[in-house]
Design a binder for this molecule. Structure first.
Ligand SMILES: Nc1ncnc2c1ncn2[C@@H]1O[C@H](COP(=O)(O)OP(=O)(O)OP(=O)(O)O)[C@@H](O)[C@H]1O
Ligand SMILES: [Mg+2]
Length: 561
């Protein structure tokens, strides 16, 4: 779970940098604070001839006491102070930005880590667009809050404090006017921004719905084209885009108006303040120079006030984005079982046993009911059954993709919970029924990040009858396969997905309709080559066609189990 507190805790992890950055920020603020004081006070000291500490101090170092020199000296000091303050400011921005981006990155990582372990049943319900909208848009909203909070707020509060002190020192009555009026305006905006954040949430939700639709339609664009349904889908996406437009308009309008309104309120408070200032000069309670200095500081206060208002705005937006991110972090995770025993070590292959296994995807209907099954080491078993009878489901629970409702699954007499899912999946290869391809090279699709020499890859390609095809390609293994392998035929994709599993050299292999798209001749050649490769392995072949199952030692009909 993410909370504002946990985000702040993450920021605190960078304590050292944070302290350095804050010290830099404080020095930078301190350097900038006297600037507005210097020139206006010269009015009293030079024009009105009242003399004072600026001219006296300069006299200590420079003996020529002419007004032009005083003005020039103060100007140079002012310019130097501003420049030094700016340099330090740049340094502090660098340090703070680094912290902010690190924290944002760690939030993204936290989300990705959760997705990595999310359970399959929860994953089935996820839309990739919705997830990416959250990981991008909402994290971005939080990023803005972090940047504003760590980078600016401390400096701004300090400035506010420092300036308040100076104004109070210069004239406390006039200072009170501005120091009371500004916070009242700020309190008012806390309320307004809380309600605006709710609109922001709706906007982000609309982006999520749009992105989900767009991603899915783009992924399945072939299907849409074939069915001649581009019009329908584009219209649907357009509707969702309009929805974003309306939500964003509402949010943009209300937040901009509120921000402008807030600025105006602050301006009003300054107008009142200035009028009181002039009145005080008129009544002889204040000198003109002091009045101008206080006016200058009142302008300096504007920036922190503005930032504080913006900060509350970002704070409420971040809060709603955090709620949305927690939707990902609250997804159920796959139960992790530690590897206590590895039944595959020092064994060429494994026996498989199912005891009273029942399984359902949801509460309503059981797909597998009380299955008992025993497969010996090295046995070649074919599983047949009506379409929808649960053959692919059986294969998936055999590798622990979905946990069973009841019963046990054993490899070499060790229950899969005892060996952990990682151990199962690295020893039991599963060629899935509808293989997926990345829009990347053949090599990438075969290895999926693992490493193998090209000669090893070509040896496996020989088994799956793709050696000639790949060798003839001008780019060979570096040929890009297109979106979900569109540049490949159905049979080529099937054979690549077999090769992908064979490259892992698993001890047990499950083939799920893996040769259904091949012509009889190619299929026979492939099965022949495969039978040599799989000689010592336990093999489960799920198939409808006679070709693929006639070499099996035993045929199991799932419908009659
Ligand atoms: N991820 C899932 N979530 C919910 N129900 C599912 C899921 N996958 C499959 N089912 C349901 O489980 C049942 C068995 O599906 P399964 O894919 O195991 O059948 P199959 O025997 O492999 O069929 P086919 O021969 O057509 O490949 C079907 O009724 C299907 O609707
Ligand atoms: Mg199936």
């Amino acid at each position: 779970m993410i909370t504002i507190k946990s985000v702040l805790k993450k920021i605190q992890q960078y304590k050292k940098v944070l302290i350095i950055a804050n010290i830099v920020a404080i020095i930078s603020t301190l350097l900038s604070l006297p600037v507005p004081l210097l020139i206006p006070l010269l009015i009293d000291e030079i024009i009105l001839g009242k003399g004072g500490w600026i001219t006296q101090n300069i006299d200590q170092y420079i003996t020529i006491n002419s007004p032009e020199y005083y003005i020039l000296t103060v100007l140079i000091i002012t310019i130097l102070f501003r420049a030094m303050s700016l340099l330090l400011n740049i340094l502090h921005i660098r340090l703070f930005t680094k912290i902010a981006k690190e924290v944002t990155y760690s939030i993204r990582k936290q989300l990705l880590n959760r997705l990595q372990i999310v359970s399959m049943s929860e994953y089935d319900m996820l839309g990739s667009g919705a997830v990416s909208a959250k990981v991008i848009t909402d994290v971005d909203t939080i990023d803005k809050f972090i940047s504003s909070s760590v980078g600016e707020i401390i400096v701004e509060v300090l400035t506010l404090f420092g300036v308040s002190m100076i104004i109070l020192y210069l004239n406390w009555q006039l200072a009170l006017v501005i120091l009371i009026l500004n916070p009242i305006a700020l309190l008012f905006f806390v309320r307004v921004f809380r309600s605006i954040a709710k609109i922001k949430k709706k906007e982000n939700r609309a982006i999520e719905v749009f992105q989900n639709s767009l991603t899915e339609s783009l992924e399945l664009y072939n299907q849409i084209r074939v069915q001649n349904r581009e019009g329908y889908f584009l219209e649907d996406i357009d509707k969702k885009a309009k929805h974003i437009r309306d939500r964003a308009y509402m949010f943009g309008l209300r937040s901009e108006i509120s921000l402008k309104f807030s600025q105006m309120l602050i301006m009003y408070s300054h107008d009142i303040f200035r009028s009181v200032g002039i009145l005080m000069v008129l009544l002889g309670l204040l000198t003109i120079g002091k009045m101008l200095a206080i006016f200058a500081y009142a302008w300096v206060i504007m920036r922190p006030m503005d930032k504080l208002i913006n900060f509350t705005h970002l704070y409420f937006n971040a809060k709603t984005s955090i709620e949305r991110l927690n939707e990902i972090l609250n997804l159920g995770v796959e139960t992790k079982y530690e590897e206590k025993v590895n039944p595959f070590t020092s064994e060429k292959t494994a026996s498989i046993r199912l005891e009273n296994v029942s399984f359902s995807y949801d509460q309503n209907s059981e797909v597998l009911k009380n299955i008992n099954l025993e497969i010996k080491q090295g046995e070649k078993v074919a599983i047949i059954g009506e379409t929808g009878s649960g053959k692919s489901t059986l294969a998936q629970i055999l590798i622990g993709l979905y946990p069973v409702n009841s019963g046990n699954i054993y490899y070499n007499d060790v229950e899969i919970k005892e060996m952990g899912y990682e151990c199962v999946r690295s020893n039991v290869g599963f060629v899935i029924q509808s293989p997926m391809m990345f829009n990347n090279t053949l090599r990438f699709n075969l290895l999926l990040g693992k490493e193998h020499e090209d000669t090893v890859i070509y040896d496996i390609l020989k088994i799956v009858q793709l050696h000639d095809f790949v060798s003839k390609l001008s780019n060979g293994l570096d040929t890009i396969v297109g979106k979900n392998g569109t540049k490949l035929s159905g049979g080529q994709k099937q054979r690549l997905s077999i090769a992908r599993v064979l490259l892992d050299n698993p001890k047990v292999i499950i083939f799920d309709e893996s040769t259904s798209s091949l012509d009889n001749q190619t299929e026979n050649r492939l099965l022949e080559a495969l039978s040599l490769y799989t000689q010592d392995k336990t093999i489960i072949t799920i198939a409808h066609r006679k070709n693929s199952i006639e070499k099996a030692d035993r045929i199991i009909d799932l419908d009659s189990l």
